[in-house]
Each structure stands twice: as structure tokens, then as C-alpha cells.
Design a protein around this ligand. Sequence first.
Ligand SMILES: Cc1cc2nc3c(=O)[nH]c(=O)nc-3n(C[C@H](O)[C@H](O)[C@H](O)COP(=O)(O)OP(=O)(O)OC[C@H]3O[C@@H](n4cnc5c(N)ncnc54)[C@H](O)[C@@H]3O)c2cc1C
Length: 274
Amino acid sequence: MPTWHATVETASWLTPVLVRVVLRGDGLAGFAMPDATDAYVNVAIPPQDAPYGPVFVPAEVREHHPEELWPARRRYTVRRWEPASGRLTLDVVVHGDEGVGGPWAARAEAGDVLVLEGPGGGYRPDPDADWHLLVGDESALPAIAASLEAVPAGRRAVVRLVCDGPDHEVDLPSPADLDVGWLHRSGDPGTDGTLLLHALEELDLPAGRVHAFVHGEADEVRGIRRHLLTDRGIARADMSCSPYWRRTMTDEAWRRVKRDFVAQMDAEVGTGAA
Ligand SMILES: Cc1cc2nc3c(=O)[nH]c(=O)nc-3n(C[C@H](O)[C@H](O)[C@H](O)COP(=O)(O)OP(=O)(O)OC[C@H]3O[C@@H](n4cnc5c(N)ncnc54)[C@H](O)[C@@H]3O)c2cc1C
């Protein structure tokens, strides 16, 4: 994967848990997006006492330094790439003081340097679908927001998002015929994890072929996927489904078990990528 670096131009809070980081700089020269609205980059965040400079090649650091000095890798959606101005926008969830990526974004200020690799990505709203379904939490919000901008004008797009309250909601500009529902967590882990699933279970789905996008917390994604495939009869090929993160696991721990988790999830309802 190609390596890039960029400088923080602005960092601002969109909601109480979402920081918008706009990056820019000569280190993004040649950056090009895949044909996807869920495109992502892997950012590389070095430990505070790193004996190397702010611009580095992650593979070289891994080759020449002990593991405790390696940068942490975190994956973030490219909310927007503006080739003319060279601005790249990431929206990063800050979930308390935990983690590496969230705290980095909370502290980010103009002039900070960020190394990134990529991009990758695989989903774009199918212009031939009769309607669109987009479901997720704050981590999927950047991809859902970018995707809604690409839904054909007037096409039905049903969106269900979970967040902590009304001040966590954001505007979702789109040419689509939007049906947006925000679900608010109560703070009870027993019920919060199934809010999206239960909202979908109660939904009257529009007629015709859907193109669905379900990304976010792993167990929530798994339950929703099972419901849409088995109870609603949505075709696997018509669904993009990705467990972005796993509750109680750091990204390092999640990456160690993610392959098995996805294999088990696939085995629940048929096989092959969905
Ligand atoms: C393709 C892809 C695209 C993604 N795009 C985005 C994006 O645009 N914006 C974004 O914010 N995230 C995005 N994510 C998710 C992000 O990579 C993970 O949430 C990552 O774990 C965050 O790293 P961290 O260092 O903040 O926390 P970690 O060190 O990984 O985790 C520390 C603790 O926080 C918990 N945690 C992690 N993420 C969350 C969360 N979102 N809410 C609540 N608790 C959490 C973990 O379960 C763990 O207990 C994406 C993931 C993928 C695979």
C-alpha cells in the first residue's frame, strides 16, 4: 500500500464524540480515490517517545525498531477527498479516553503530521438498485454520509443510525428521497446493542431490489446481517457488510480474531463475501 503524509489544517468537533480532521500537504501529491464511497486509509500513529520523525514509512519502522516503538494502525473512512485543493477529510470517533486513534483526534491541532497508507474500499451505491438501506453507528457515519451523496436523485434511501442523543446527530445532505431515523442509546448495554436490529425488525421495507450497507460494531453488524438475509430475504450480493470494530477489544485484539469472526458470520447464512 502506498504511504502518504499530510498536515492537519483544521480539527473541529462535529458532535460531542466526532472530530473532523482536515488534512493537506505535498505528501498527498498523487493520492487518488478508488471507485468507492466507503474508501478508507490506514493511519499510523507513533508512540509518544518514538525515536523517529513525524514522517516515516511504517514498514521501515517495523523493520528497524522493536515492536513497542511501532506506530499503531487505525483505519478511517475518507469522508471527503478534494483533488483540486488536496484536502482529505476524516471524521474520527472519540470514545472517552480509550484507544489511540480517538485520543489522537481529540488532541489534533493545525500543524500536526499524520502518516497514512491506502486507500482501499469496496462499496458504492448501485445506481440500478430500486432503493438503498444504510445502517450503522458513529464509526460508519462518514461512509454513510459520503454514500448518501452518491445515491441517485429521488431514489429512496432508508437510513438508520445509532448515537448517544439528539446533539450527536448530523446533517446528511443527499439528492436521495431520504428516510432517516436516529436511535438514541439509553446507556444500558443490554439494550443499546440491539437498537438498530429492533428498528429494522419493525421497518416496512420498500418494494424492489435493495442495495444495503451495514457497517459498524461487530456484534451489531452480525445480528443485523442475519436478520436481513434470513428474515427479509435480501440477497447476499446486494449487501455490503463489515464489522469495523468490536466492543471491549482494541483494534489490535480485533484484527487478531476478525478473520475467524467473519468466517463464522458468513457460515451462519451461506458462504462467500457479503
Ligand atoms: C474500513 C473501516 C473504516 C472505518 N472508518 C471509521 C471512521 O471513519 N471513523 C471512525 O471513528 N472509526 C472508523 N472505523 C473504526 C475504527 O477503525 C475503530 O473504531 C478503531 O478501533 C478505533 O481506534 P481507537 O484507537 O480509537 O480505539 P481502540 O484502541 O481500537 O479501542 C479501545 C477501546 O475502545 C473501544 N472502541 C473502539 N472504537 C469504538 C467506537 N467507535 N465507539 C465506542 N467504543 C469504541 C474498543 O472496543 C476498545 O474497548 C473504521 C474501521 C474500518 C475497518
